[in-house]
Design a protein around this ligand. Sequence first.
Ligand code: CAO
Length: 437
Amino acid sequence: MTQLCEIRVPDVGNVAEIDVVEVLIKVGDTVEIEQTVATLETDKASMDLPSSANGSVQEVFIKPGDKVSEGTLIATVLVSDAGSAPAAPAPVVAEAPKVEPVVEKAPEPVVSAPAPSAPTPAPVAAPAVIIETTSTGKAHASPSTRLFARELGVDVSKITLGTGRKGRILKDDVKSYVKKALTEGGAVAGTGAGIPSIPAVDFSPFGETELLKLSKIKRLTGQNLSRVWLNLPLVTYHEEADITEMEAFRNSLNAEKVKGEVKITGLIFIVKALVAAMQQFPNFNSSLSPDGESLILKKYYNIGIAVDTPNGLVVPVLRNVNTKSINELTLELAEKSEKARLGKLMPADMQGGCMTISSLGGIGGTAFTPIVNAPEVAILGVTRAKMQPVWNGKEFIPRLMLPLDLTYDHRVIDGAEGARFMATVKQYLGDIRRLLL
Ligand code: CAO
């Protein structure tokens, strides 16, 4: 046997008009006792209206924006014998639920606990209307939305604006928030660990704008950089190397090259000097184990080179630098940076780096703070070398000085270690004969 059960607004105290904020059921849905069927709101409180029967929804009489009051018919539910059908003849009015303030309560809940006023005793215990007051200054969301957010590990206060009435946060807003966090690769701002998001701004009052989709490389690089920025305690140390002799040597080598031959770039000497220093300071050729308890020391020396391409930044890797000559590395860099610019690098070309160099020297600059390419623990930034007067103890002499910026993961590298490492790189670049030792 089946019976039609009515779900009505219970006695919610002396409130004449209650707004329907969200309707969570539709015709054909199966509902269970205590399942929230609608979210109602007064000026002072919001409440989840639970179903008082198990069954299938036959008709829904309200929609968001409607005003309801005690006794308003919300929906009818067809209850089968197997379900929790009220014993009274159909139609049966669900018993007015007991009202219990829950979650973030105001000192004086506006909706008071009424005495049951249903005409027929319902055979099932009517679930409580769940109330959340809105005078707490907390995020504007119903208890069921809060529960939903908690189940997904979302701190609802991190959702800055809901799409519901008066900015109310709805379940769909929680879903969009999670979706956005997953697409952007960032962490969902969970309770206590969330980082305030940057609110969206409508620029239209200030002038015309145009929407330009980011390239895939740019989006992925952005996600990775944000992750590193948020997870690693980064320190950048600045140094200058005297490359006057190195540059003279490089120019003399290039003068010997016949037309069409690839010229030796200063970057290759930097790659060599870096690896020589990494061999002396093994911590720079390491990664932190995922549990943060150990260092994974690498016995190979692969250097990533950040290459600027029309589609964004890519980092091809020069492998086994310690076993290759300056000429070999020059050719390899020329080939890989060309492939990078043509978008022809294979994933394997960009894997296995131990440390990265980001050189802006061809463009300019005096210093910058590159971001470590984790799980590497350090990155070397290079900006434009320039002639400077350097005091030799007796006089100022013109020297070609190269600015270097080392950013490192401070969990792995100590400040003094970083300074010693850079003093070593500087020494190698100052006298490249030392690379032979
Ligand atoms: N100081 C002075 N001049 C420099 C210099 C420096 N530190 N570095 C390069 N130059 C000169 C070169 O000698 C070259 O001069 P010539 O044309 O007279 O020979 C010119 O600048 C152009 O060099 P280049 O940048 O093309 O070549 P490179 O070997 O130095 O660099 C590469 C290769 C692939 C790193 C570079 O082309 C590139 O893409 N740089 C951008 C890197 C980048 O975007 N990094 C990301 C920063 S954000 O993390």
